[in-house]
Ligand binder design. Structure first.
Ligand SMILES: C[S@@+](CC[C@H](N)C(=O)[O-])C[C@H]1O[C@@H](n2cnc3c(N)ncnc32)[C@H](O)[C@@H]1O
Length: 281
């Protein structure tokens, strides 16, 4: 007869396996993966520690644990993540939304009037546009991305949150924004410079889409495109708000000022790093 694997025994084994693979929070990842695979919440896991696992359950869990052991991000393995307290589908076509990006949502909400039109440039999974639409029910919003695969994921998330009436998704290049004027343009564009690539964690470097991460001109290319066009794409008093890498604040601020934007500001994230630059037409 084969060895009996209780839930606790498997949890300990996975924690050890993830730890040997250099994963930062091995126990947490093991718990989240097991809870997902067994359709339990984490309290349910603790209550079932002594339960022997069925062969079918072990067969389901093994390939998921192997993927995480190869440093694939947990969110891709689970196929889902949370952002702004909402659930989003994610896969290898989209950047995994980061908690730091929530300060961009906060700034957009602070600048948004009761109604208007918003453009989210480089929408990816749709995390930003969906979160904002869930808060601003009288706004019409557009999510733009160059990647049709990313737009497929974004559309799933828009549908899932029942925001199809409010959000339109379009394929396009941010070097040529739609010929329309918006009250608010938000963007978390690619901003990693090529020289920073090798220092990225394996989870990012080997699994997240390069298209979502890398930008030319020391990571500033997208900000250059956006600030070049912003005066014709924003209505009077409209705002441009962008997420930045923590070392880019001065350079991006200078681009905003050179574009003639007023009230240019830098907002830090909750780790104290510069994270958002904003300016008004
Ligand atoms: C950093 S990700 C941001 C994704 C999402 N907005 C978020 O914050 O989680 C940047 C996105 O920009 C898109 N992108 C890259 N180059 C682009 C371009 N030239 N025009 C439009 N979108 C582009 C990528 O496909 C990717 O989805």
């Amino acid at each position: 007869m084969g060895e009996t694997w209780t839930l606790l025994k498997l949890l300990r084994w996975m924690t050890q396996y993830f730890s040997e693979k250099g994963i930062d929070n091995p126990r947490l990842d093991a718990e989240l993966l097991l809870a997902h695979a067994l359709d339990l919440d984490r309290v349910g896991l603790y209550l079932n520690y002594d339960r022997p696992l069925l062969q079918a359950e072990l067969d389901l869990i093994r390939p998921l644990a192997k993927r995480r052991g190869q440093r694939e991000p947990l969110q891709y393995v689970l196929g889902t993540t949370e952002f702004w307290s909402l659930e989003f589908k994610v896969n290898a076509a989209v950047l995994i939304p980061r908690p730091d990006t929530e300060v961009l949502i906060e700034e957009a909400l602070a600048k948004a009037g009761p109604c208007g039109q918003l453009l989210d440039v480089g929408t990816g999974s749709g995390a930003i546009v969906v979160s904002l639409a869930s808060e601003l029910s009288d706004w019409k919003m557009t999510g733009l991305d160059i990647s049709p695969e990313a737009l497929g994921v974004a559309q799933f998330n828009v549908d899932q949150h029942q925001l199809t009436e409010q959000i339109q998704l379009i394929q396009g290049n941010l070097a040529e924004l739609p010929a329309q004027q918006y009250d608010l343009i938000v963007s978390n564009p690619p901003y990693i410079a090529q020289c920073e690539w090798d220092d990225l964690m394996p989870e990012v470097r080997c699994f997240e889409p390069q298209l979502a991460l890398l930008a030319d001109h020391e990571g500033l290319e997208c900000y250059q495109h956006l600030t070049n066009q912003v005066r014709s794409c924003l209505k009077p008093e409209g705002w441009l708000l962008v997420e930045i890498g923590y070392q880019q604040a001065d350079a991006v601020e200078a681009l905003f000022v050179a574009a003639g934007l007023k009230h240019v500001f830098i907002r830090k994230d909750y780790s104290g790093q510069p994270r958002v630059v904003g300016g008004q037409v």
